[in-house]
Design a protein around this ligand. Structure first.
Ligand code: S3P
Length: 172
Protein backbone atom coordinates (compact mmCIF):
# COMPACT_ATOMS: atom_id res chain seq x y z
CA UNK A 1 0.00 0.00 0.00
CA UNK A 2 2.85 2.41 0.79
CA UNK A 3 3.59 2.47 -2.94
CA UNK A 4 0.51 4.53 -3.61
CA UNK A 5 0.81 8.15 -4.69
CA UNK A 6 -1.87 9.15 -2.27
CA UNK A 7 -1.48 8.99 1.47
CA UNK A 8 -5.14 9.63 2.20
CA UNK A 9 -8.29 7.60 1.64
CA UNK A 10 -10.40 8.27 -1.42
CA UNK A 11 -14.10 8.31 -0.59
CA UNK A 12 -16.43 7.88 -3.56
CA UNK A 13 -19.92 9.27 -3.07
CA UNK A 14 -22.89 9.93 -5.32
CA UNK A 15 -26.32 8.76 -6.31
CA UNK A 16 -27.13 5.11 -6.99
CA UNK A 17 -25.80 4.24 -10.43
CA UNK A 18 -23.37 7.17 -10.53
CA UNK A 19 -20.58 4.65 -11.10
CA UNK A 20 -18.96 4.37 -7.67
CA UNK A 21 -18.31 0.61 -7.76
CA UNK A 22 -17.07 0.57 -11.35
CA UNK A 23 -14.79 3.57 -10.80
CA UNK A 24 -13.57 2.12 -7.52
CA UNK A 25 -12.46 -1.13 -9.06
CA UNK A 26 -10.66 0.56 -11.97
CA UNK A 27 -9.05 3.15 -9.70
CA UNK A 28 -7.94 0.48 -7.28
CA UNK A 29 -5.93 -1.24 -10.02
CA UNK A 30 -4.67 2.04 -11.43
CA UNK A 31 -3.41 3.41 -8.11
CA UNK A 32 -2.63 0.06 -6.48
CA UNK A 33 -4.85 0.91 -3.56
CA UNK A 34 -7.14 -1.46 -1.70
CA UNK A 35 -10.88 -0.92 -2.30
CA UNK A 36 -13.75 -1.43 0.11
CA UNK A 37 -17.47 -0.98 -0.32
CA UNK A 38 -19.72 0.02 2.59
CA UNK A 39 -22.68 -1.94 1.14
CA UNK A 40 -20.59 -5.12 0.78
CA UNK A 41 -19.27 -4.80 4.34
CA UNK A 42 -22.82 -4.42 5.66
CA UNK A 43 -24.07 -7.45 3.70
CA UNK A 44 -21.16 -9.49 5.00
CA UNK A 45 -21.63 -8.42 8.62
CA UNK A 46 -25.40 -8.86 8.62
CA UNK A 47 -25.36 -12.02 6.53
CA UNK A 48 -28.28 -10.61 4.52
CA UNK A 49 -28.77 -8.78 1.25
CA UNK A 50 -29.55 -5.04 1.29
CA UNK A 51 -33.20 -5.60 0.21
CA UNK A 52 -33.63 -8.10 3.05
CA UNK A 53 -32.12 -5.73 5.60
CA UNK A 54 -34.51 -2.96 4.47
CA UNK A 55 -37.39 -5.40 4.45
CA UNK A 56 -36.81 -6.99 7.82
CA UNK A 57 -35.42 -4.10 9.87
CA UNK A 58 -36.21 -0.92 7.93
CA UNK A 59 -34.14 1.88 6.48
CA UNK A 60 -33.16 3.41 9.83
CA UNK A 61 -31.48 0.16 10.85
CA UNK A 62 -29.59 0.08 7.54
CA UNK A 63 -28.46 3.70 8.06
CA UNK A 64 -27.12 2.73 11.49
CA UNK A 65 -25.18 -0.13 9.90
CA UNK A 66 -23.80 2.35 7.40
CA UNK A 67 -22.61 4.80 10.08
CA UNK A 68 -21.02 1.99 12.10
CA UNK A 69 -19.25 0.66 9.02
CA UNK A 70 -17.85 4.09 8.27
CA UNK A 71 -16.55 4.42 11.83
CA UNK A 72 -14.86 1.01 11.50
CA UNK A 73 -13.21 2.17 8.29
CA UNK A 74 -11.52 5.08 10.11
CA UNK A 75 -8.83 2.62 11.10
CA UNK A 76 -7.81 2.10 7.49
CA UNK A 77 -5.39 4.19 5.46
CA UNK A 78 -4.83 4.54 1.75
CA UNK A 79 -8.00 2.78 0.73
CA UNK A 80 -10.66 3.59 -1.82
CA UNK A 81 -14.05 3.55 -0.13
CA UNK A 82 -17.09 3.15 -2.32
CA UNK A 83 -19.98 4.49 -0.23
CA UNK A 84 -23.67 3.67 -0.43
CA UNK A 85 -25.62 6.42 -2.20
CA UNK A 86 -27.33 7.52 1.01
CA UNK A 87 -24.18 7.98 3.07
CA UNK A 88 -24.50 11.78 2.95
CA UNK A 89 -27.94 11.70 4.56
CA UNK A 90 -26.33 11.82 7.99
CA UNK A 91 -24.25 14.89 8.76
CA UNK A 92 -22.18 12.81 11.16
CA UNK A 93 -21.10 10.50 8.31
CA UNK A 94 -19.95 13.46 6.24
CA UNK A 95 -17.91 14.89 9.14
CA UNK A 96 -16.40 11.48 9.64
CA UNK A 97 -15.46 11.13 5.98
CA UNK A 98 -13.98 14.62 5.79
CA UNK A 99 -11.54 13.72 8.53
CA UNK A 100 -10.29 10.62 6.80
CA UNK A 101 -10.00 11.29 3.13
CA UNK A 102 -10.71 13.19 -0.02
CA UNK A 103 -14.35 13.01 -0.98
CA UNK A 104 -15.03 12.50 -4.67
CA UNK A 105 -18.58 13.06 -5.91
CA UNK A 106 -19.57 11.18 -9.05
CA UNK A 107 -22.56 12.62 -10.88
CA UNK A 108 -24.80 11.52 -13.74
CA UNK A 109 -28.05 12.65 -15.31
CA UNK A 110 -31.25 10.84 -14.23
CA UNK A 111 -31.54 9.23 -17.68
CA UNK A 112 -28.02 7.80 -17.38
CA UNK A 113 -28.77 6.59 -13.86
CA UNK A 114 -31.95 4.83 -14.97
CA UNK A 115 -30.08 3.05 -17.78
CA UNK A 116 -27.51 1.78 -15.29
CA UNK A 117 -29.84 0.66 -12.52
CA UNK A 118 -32.97 -0.52 -14.32
CA UNK A 119 -32.12 -4.23 -14.42
CA UNK A 120 -31.11 -4.53 -10.79
CA UNK A 121 -33.41 -5.52 -7.92
CA UNK A 122 -30.75 -4.87 -5.29
CA UNK A 123 -31.81 -1.31 -4.51
CA UNK A 124 -34.91 -1.24 -2.30
CA UNK A 125 -35.33 2.53 -2.67
CA UNK A 126 -35.73 2.21 -6.43
CA UNK A 127 -37.51 -1.11 -6.63
CA UNK A 128 -40.98 0.33 -7.09
CA UNK A 129 -39.75 3.59 -8.51
CA UNK A 130 -37.78 2.74 -11.65
CA UNK A 131 -38.37 5.95 -13.58
CA UNK A 132 -36.55 9.22 -14.25
CA UNK A 133 -39.18 11.30 -12.42
CA UNK A 134 -38.52 9.55 -9.13
CA UNK A 135 -34.77 9.51 -9.66
CA UNK A 136 -34.65 13.17 -10.50
CA UNK A 137 -36.82 14.11 -7.49
CA UNK A 138 -34.69 12.13 -5.07
CA UNK A 139 -31.59 13.61 -6.64
CA UNK A 140 -32.94 17.13 -6.12
CA UNK A 141 -33.62 16.29 -2.49
CA UNK A 142 -30.08 15.07 -1.95
CA UNK A 143 -28.14 17.41 -4.22
CA UNK A 144 -27.14 19.97 -1.57
CA UNK A 145 -25.84 17.25 0.70
CA UNK A 146 -23.73 15.68 -2.04
CA UNK A 147 -22.32 19.05 -3.07
CA UNK A 148 -21.56 20.12 0.49
CA UNK A 149 -19.64 16.90 1.13
CA UNK A 150 -17.60 16.90 -2.08
CA UNK A 151 -13.96 17.97 -2.41
CA UNK A 152 -13.91 16.99 -6.06
CA UNK A 153 -16.75 16.51 -8.56
CA UNK A 154 -16.53 14.33 -11.66
CA UNK A 155 -19.40 13.84 -14.08
CA UNK A 156 -19.68 10.34 -15.50
CA UNK A 157 -22.11 10.97 -18.36
CA UNK A 158 -20.89 9.91 -21.79
CA UNK A 159 -17.39 9.04 -20.61
CA UNK A 160 -15.51 5.78 -20.44
CA UNK A 161 -14.28 4.48 -17.09
CA UNK A 162 -10.62 5.20 -17.97
CA UNK A 163 -11.58 8.77 -18.94
CA UNK A 164 -13.45 9.27 -15.68
CA UNK A 165 -10.53 7.95 -13.66
CA UNK A 166 -7.98 10.04 -15.51
CA UNK A 167 -10.00 13.17 -14.80
CA UNK A 168 -10.48 12.12 -11.20
CA UNK A 169 -6.79 11.47 -10.56
CA UNK A 170 -5.85 14.81 -12.12
CA UNK A 171 -8.16 16.55 -9.64
CA UNK A 172 -7.02 14.67 -6.54
C1 S3P B 1 -28.91 3.62 -1.28
C2 S3P B 1 -27.89 3.27 -2.15
C3 S3P B 1 -27.39 1.90 -2.29
C4 S3P B 1 -27.57 1.13 -0.98
C5 S3P B 1 -28.98 1.21 -0.51
C6 S3P B 1 -29.48 2.64 -0.33
C7 S3P B 1 -29.39 5.03 -1.26
O1 S3P B 1 -26.03 1.89 -2.68
O2 S3P B 1 -26.70 1.62 0.00
O3 S3P B 1 -29.77 0.54 -1.45
O4 S3P B 1 -30.17 5.39 -0.35
O5 S3P B 1 -29.00 5.82 -2.15
P1 S3P B 1 -25.51 2.26 -4.17
O6 S3P B 1 -25.40 3.76 -4.24
O7 S3P B 1 -24.18 1.61 -4.27
O8 S3P B 1 -26.50 1.73 -5.14
Amino acid sequence: QAKSLFSYNIMLIGFMGAGKSTVSSYLSRLLEMEEVETDALIVEKEGKSIPRIFDEYGEEYFRNCESNTLTELQKKQQVIVSCGGGIVLREQNVENMKKHGRIVLLTAEPETILERVKDSTERPILNNNMNTEFISQLMDKRREKYLAAADIIVSTDKKTVPQICEELVAKL
